[in-house]
Design a protein around this ligand. Structure first.
Ligand code: ADE
Ligand code: ZN
Length: 340
């Protein structure tokens, strides 16, 4: 492609005010910071160097990634570590025109290692406040339950979260999808709904369309994280389009985890063309080779997305966020002022 068009596209994407709605904060741990934290905290990592760590990022499926992702998270111990991690993300997101981010965090990954729930939350929240002050980025925190663990373990985590619900906006469901259907967490999510939390869940990343239906019908999610396997069911596609359930799609993640062989094979445009409320997100950018701007850009190049479609994707991301209309309106006006 003509390099000036690439630069233009980059500048265009950057100029679109956008929300990032599918971002695991632990998945923004770049190897450089991982090694710095491990040295600071006296933690041993399974790799010898930053280069060896990056070289190990060749995944065959979701589980092969999760094994490394949980190993890397062991470097995070202190409140300052969680702060530094999140602040580095916000700085990078700001460069990509992100005005609002809804961050997933996995408390069970840390509490299982003896790190207190409050340590994680305090560090992340301090970075959220600083991001608003420094870059005007607004944010929310979404607690994700690990689905490879039991529902009982999820309830114990919710118990730890109870004193902090004013700082936690919603709950999600992540980790190993296959064999851990949403129905496994029916009671836990019913309790979260009673508590007034927003509800999302990963579904249809590696799992079948039936998992997306369970997430909608049993967990009563407001957004589906990933959801790309919805394309295997015409009835589900029609429902998602009719109900305008947002999908937080992560194209570079899907290629890295072999959901699609190449970005050119990704079904994002098919989902968009079918009228689904699709958004673009980065999932775990330190592991998948690109932050949200790169996800927009590489997907646009691979699938031939027009500027109108890119603008629609940014609009979808703002509208699918959990912010009140009064906060949303100025962003939508700014977006509308960007020419096609
Ligand atoms: N945790 C972090 N990234 C994830 C993904 N892509 N799917 C499920 N769980 C995750
Ligand atoms: Zn995810």
């Amino acid at each position: 492609m003509d390099p000036s068009r690439l630069t233009d596209l980059h500048a265009y994407i950057r100029a679109l005010p956008k929300a990032e709605l599918h971002l695991h904060i632990e998945g923004t741990l770049e190897p450089e910071l991982m090694f710095a934290l491990a040295a600071r905290n006296g933690v041993a990592l399974p790799w010898d160097s930053v280069e060896a760590t990056r070289a190990a990022y060749a995944f065959s499926d979701l589980q092969s990634f999760l094994d490394l992702y949980y190993a890397g998270a062991a470097a995070l111990i202190h409140e300052q570590d969680f702060h530094d991690l999140a602040l580095a993300y916000f700085e990078r997101a700001h460069e990509d025109g992100v005005v609002h981010a809804e961050l997933f965090f996995d408390p069970q990954t840390h509490t299982a290692r003896g790190v207190a729930f409050d340590t994680v939350l305090d560090g992340l929240e301090r970075a959220c406040i600083e991001a608003q002050e420094r870059w005007g980025i607004s944010s929310r925190l979404i607690l994700c339950f690990l689905r490879h663990l039991s529902e009982e373990d999820g309830f114990a985590t919710l118990e730890q979260a109870l004193p902090h619900l004013a700082r936690i906006h919603g709950v999600g469901l992540d980790s190993s999808e296959k064999g851990h259907p949403p129905a496994k967490f029916a009671r836990l999510f019913a309790r979260c709904r009673e508590l007034g939390l927003h509800i999302v869940a990963h579904a249809g990343e590696e799992g079948p369309p039936a998992y997306i239906e369970e997430a909608l019908d049993i967990l009563q999610v407001e957004r589906i994280d990933h959801g790309v396997r919805a394309a295997e069911s015409a009835a589900l596609m029609e429902r998602l389009a009719r109900e305008q359930v947002p999908l937080t799609v992560c194209p570079l993640s899907n290629v890295k985890l072999c959901v699609f062989e190449r970005l050119q094979d990704h079904n994002l445009k098919q989902l968009l063309d079918a009228g689904l409320k699709v958004t673009i997100n980065s999932d775990d950018p330190a592991y998948f080779g690109g932050y949200v701007g790169q996800n927009y850009q590489q997907t646009a190049e691979a699938l031939g997305l027009s500027r109108t479609e890119l603008k629609q994707l940014a609009k979808n991301s703002l509208e699918a966020s959990f912010v009140p209309q009064a906060v949303l309106d100025p962003w939508l006006l700014r977006l509308a002022a960007v020419p096609d």
